[in-house]
Design a protein around this ligand. Structure first.
Ligand code: NDP
Length: 484
């Protein structure tokens, strides 16, 4: 059936709400400061390849300055501060993130390439929600099952990826600060700008100097941070490969570690599922944020009886997605974050075709400049193919079929990862049966990619360990953990 894509007038968000500086310093001890050796790198907009700003590259000496500042602030100010006082700062940060949400959303879309509709409606509100939620815990830790007088770990070194730059910063900072830890945060090389705007917000909130330090740079900066002897805890989100490296670096040091790594989630659709709703959920599961989502529903497992109909409905729905300018409020699919990521998506998609799967994309013209990949679906995928096993981290859906619930469970669990899964069925009993058998940290039922600060998030096996969010997430920053 032909699809109708209405012509919409462009609805660009005003870029002028962002005051981009030509050059950014490191945020150490409450102030912006240049790197000791003067190194810089450029951050560009992936949708236009325009250079947005020059950003400081922190070397080991800068990381050392940041860690010392964090240590001093932890011992002298933040650690001894009563929880109810720490809470006030977190509430203030949350309110300021809300007040400056439009500016943050535009900046995030410029630097990351994601549609402003998503940064405006998902990333920034959820980042504020994380600060609000954790502000509420800061003065209640003694009553929350962590023991009578729970103690912070000390200084946290936090390394985050480029797919949800501000949101990941909030996931890391909010629980650490609520529990009395201080932080040194390393944003991803390709998306440092929203963390630097957050640093301005921290100044505006009059957060004491040193409580949060932000060191921009590439992998070398991250590696200097996690190896620094002055930190007590490392929290990392990113690739499984780098997660393993960090685990090796930390072995035997006594540092605490949580890892949130890759995924290859199964989104399982039974023949009794509300199919129109499921199609929306499948699209949201894999095409949200260009598929740059660790918990993306990248493997669709659909029951054989309804497979053909679901694939047809998906084709119709994909035909309506609008790809283009991330700052246009009509845009559904933005730019791929970097040329390296685009190469990876292309290489894995080509392997899918070479290994015998059928590739399909809607008619869709790609802008001339920038990094783009059309929404893509593979059918006839076999479990052994690379596109069914490896994390593509792009707008690419692999469709497999199954006949019985047991086969679905076996196929869903046939992965080294274990971060998330989805189940679509009208039977509550089937949801519970499946959820108990799927080896994934999060199982969504009749929905997908839902996030809430009160809900613990994290994986098994190659998807990492430790939880972020909820009471479990706070425990990862307390000396006694959940047992007190
Ligand atoms: P990385 O794991 O390399 O990056 C994540 C963060 O770690 C970034 O801040 C990065 O810095 C930093 N880093 C890189 N090397 C080291 C190191 N040796 N020690 C400490 N920190 C380090 O992910 P990539 O950006 O390279 O993406 C590669 C693949 O990883 C993607 O294709 C995707 O499959 C997966 N990925 C998964 C994510 C998830 O949420 N689970 C998020 C991002 C990627 P810098 O950015 O400057 O290199």
């Amino acid at each position: 059936m032909a699809t109708t894509r209405f012509t919409y007038a462009p609805a660009p968000e005003a870029r002028s709400v962002v005051n981009l500086k030509p050059s950014y310093g490191l945020f150490i001890d409450g102030d912006f400061t240049g790197p000791i050796d003067g190194s810089h790198f450029k951050t560009e907009s992936p949708s236009s390849q325009e250079v947005l700003a020059e950003v400081s590259e922190a070397g080991p000496a800068d990381v050392d300055r940041a860690v010392r500042s964090a240590r001093k602030a932890q011992e002298e100010v933040w650690g001894p501060m009563p929880g109810k006082e720490r809470a006030k700062y977190l509430f203030r940060i949350a309110r300021l993130v809300q007040e400056r949400s439009r500016e943050l959303a535009v900046l995030e879309s410029l630097d990351n390439g994601k549609p402003v509709r998503e940064s405006r409606d998902v990333d920034i509100p959820l980042a504020a929600a994380h600060f609000f939620y954790h502000a509420g815990w800061a003065d209640k830790l003694s009553y929350a099952g962590y023991g009578a007088d729970p103690k912070p770990l000390g200084v946290a070194g936090q390394v985050i990826p480029w797919n949800f730059p501000l949101l990941m910063a909030a996931w890391k900072l909010a629980p650490a600060l609520a529990t009395g830890n201080t932080c040194v945060l390393k944003p991803a090389e390709t998306t440092p700008l929203s963390a630097l705007l957050l640093a301005e917000i921290l100044q505006q909130a009059e957060l004491p100097p040193g409580v949060v330090n932000i060191v921009t740079g590439a992998g070398g900066t991250g590696s200097a941070l996690v190896a620094h002897p002055g930190i007590d805890k490392v929290a990392f989100t990113g690739s499984t490969e780098v997660g393993k490296l960090i685990q090796r670096t930390l072995a035997g040091t006594g540092k605490h570690l949580t890892l949130e790594l890759g995924g290859k989630a199964a989104n399982i659709v039974f023949d009794d599922a509300p199919l129109s709703q499921a199609v929306e959920g499948i699209v949201n599961g894999i095409f949200f944020n260009q598929g740059h989502v660790c918990c993306a529903g990248s493997r669709l497992l659909v029951q054989e009886a309804v497979a053909e109909g679901v694939v047809e409905a998906l084709k119709r729905r994909l035909g309506t997605l609008r790809l283009g300018d991330p700052l246009d409020k009509n845009t559904d699919i933005g730019a791929i974050n970097s040329p390296q990521q685009l190469d990876k998506i292309r290489e894995l998609s080509d392997s899918g075709e070479a290994e015998g799967a059928q590739r399909w994309s809607p008619a869709c013209s790609l802008p001339e400049r920038g990094y783009w990949f059309p929404p893509t679906m593979f059918t006839g995928v076999a479990p052994a193919q690379r596109i069914a096993r490896e994390e593509i981290f792009g707008p690419v859906l692999s469709v497999l079929t199954f006949r019985t619930p047991e086969e679905a469970i076996e196929k869903a669990n046939n992965t080294p990862y274990g971060l998330s899964a989805g189940v679509w069925t009208e039977k509550g009993s089937r949801i519970l049966h499946m959820a108990a058998r799927l080896r994934a940290g999060v199982v969504w039922a009749n929905t997908f990619n839902r996030f809430d600060p009160s809900s613990p998030f994290g994986g098994y096996r190659e998807s990492g360990f430790g939880r972020e969010g909820g009471r479990h997430g706070l425990a990862a920053y307390l000396a006694g953990g959940l047992d007190g």
